[in-house]
Write a new protein. Structure first.
Ligand code: PLP
Length: 424
């Protein structure tokens, strides 16, 4: 077959962009060579609808072994009794959970998108807001912390069937015990979506939701540093509260309903090459070197928050417990969009982000979100976090000065050169 020069040239350019630039998007990371190798392996050729040992296709004996190892490693990593490693993404994982637990029109209670929640937690433009009846809680205006009183008030009034916690742009830990207590008052299920802080939770650096929340979903590619994908877990399997029965008349366990909601409910064949890559990433996340890494991610989060505060930036909630900071730029007279565009010119990638009680649209925004997972993979520490805050500050203070942006770009390249990616 003739090599597709066009696509490989673009992939080379993408690699160069990743190597030269500063990657501060909170949801991104750099996987290891072996994770990438598995993701590009022959397992991409294999159809394997079903679960290990129960497939609808022949020739699955080897991918069965791979998927079983992925499941066992994920269980060990998160101390989970049950895991499904097949969701193609975080959104797919949440879709499967909702399909398993809700009927169209059921009420759900999620964290407001404009306060840091995710589209799949009930946004009007997403299946979760179209198929179900969404209600929301948010953060307190004065503290930037989740307003648990509001959560309880809305829950008691609306009696949702499911309460969703977890976020895309929230820098603080969660009180899962409190949320479960509210859910128990109204007989709701609790879904914790830990996509962002999964790696910190897995290694004990944040509160573990698995003992408290009925179901936990995550992506595998953020702080967890695996391939792009999703995961559904339960700390403990339980009898479904709706009395669904098997053809033999036995009560179906929640695990069965969730497995069925992934396949055939929302997906076809699992991506066994990605599952192989997930297995490797879970193995890596159990290692001592990952523990060192994820500790540094958290230290770097604190360091970058401190560095921005010292430069007069307003951080929502005043700091961070995890790998990200949400910066309110309203006192800097620049929108999130303008900041993002100027930073990209200096080879610094971040994303514009709504801040709680934002007066600007999601296309403009008053804030930016910055994460430390990817730069920490490159080996950067607290000292570099200060340097990064200084570079971002230089851009934000003069976002239209092309000369100054070019100067910052050169400084960015000098910094990233010292922390090479994919050395071999
Ligand atoms: N849930 C949360 C909290 C997220 O932050 C994200 C992605 O940013 C998702 C779900 C969706 O993940 P994916 O992009 O893999 O569908």
């Amino acid at each position: 077959m003739k090599r597709d020069k066009l696509i490989f040239k673009l992939l080379d350019e993408e690699q160069q962009r990743q190597e030269e630039g500063l990657e501060l998007i909170a949801s991104e990371n750099f996987v290891s060579r072996q994770v990438m190798e598995a993701a590009g392996s022959v397992a991409t050729n294999k159809y394997a609808e079903g679960l290990p040992g129960k497939r609808y296709y022949g020739g699955c004996q080897i991918v069965d072994e791979i998927e079983t190892i992925a499941i066992e490693r994920a269980k060990q990593l998160f101390n989970a009794e049950w895991v499904n490693v097949q969701p193609h993404s975080g959104a797919q994982a949440n879709a499967a959970v909702m399909l398993a637990c809700l009927n169209p029109g059921d009420k759900i209670l999620g964290f407001d998108l404009s306060h840091g929640g995710h589209l799949t937690h009930g946004s009007a433009v997403n299946f979760s807001g179209k198929l179900y009846d969404p209600h929301f809680y948010g953060v307190k205006k004065d503290t930037g912390y989740v307003d648990y009183e509001l959560l309880e008030k809305v829950a008691l009034k609306e009696k949702p069937k499911m309460i969703i916690c977890g976020a895309s742009a929230y820098s603080r830990d969660w009180d899962y015990v409190r949320i479960r207590a509210v859910a128990d008052k109204i007989g709701a299920l609790v879904l914790a979506d830990i996509s962002h802080p999964a790696g910190l939770i897995a290694r004990g650096l944040l509160t573990d939701p698995l003992p408290h929340c009925h179901i936990v979903t995550t992506t595998t590619h953020k702080t967890l540093r695996g391939p792009r994908g999703g995961l559904i877990m339960m700390g403990k399997d339980f009898e479904n509260p709706w009395g669904h029965k098997t053809p033999k008349g036995e009560i179906k366990m929640m695990s069965t309903l969730l497995d069925m909601a992934v396949f055939p409910g929302t997906q076809g064949g699992p991506l066994e090459h990605i599952i192989a890559a997930k297995a490797i990433a879970f193995g890596e996340a159990l290692s001592d070197s990952y523990m060192k890494y994820i500790l540094q991610v958290k230290k770097n989060g604190a360091a970058i928050a401190k560095a921005f505060i010292e430069r007069g930036y307003e951080i929502v909630s005043g700091g961070t417990d995890n790998h990200l900071v949400l910066i309110d730029l309203r006192n800097k007279n620049v929108t999130g969009k303008a900041a993002e565009n100027a930073l990209v010119k200096a080879d610094i990638t971040i994303n514009k982000n709504m801040v709680p009680y934002d007066d600007k649209s999601p296309f403009t925004t008053s804030g930016i979100r910055i994460g430390t997972a990817a730069v920490t993979t490159r080996g950067m520490k607290e000292k570099q976090m200060e340097a990064i805050a200084a570079l971002v500050d230089e851009v934000i203070n003069d976002p239209e000065n092309e000369l100054s942006l070019e100067k910052v770009r050169k400084k960015v390249h000098k910094l990233t050169e010292k922390f090479p990616l994919y050395k071999e």
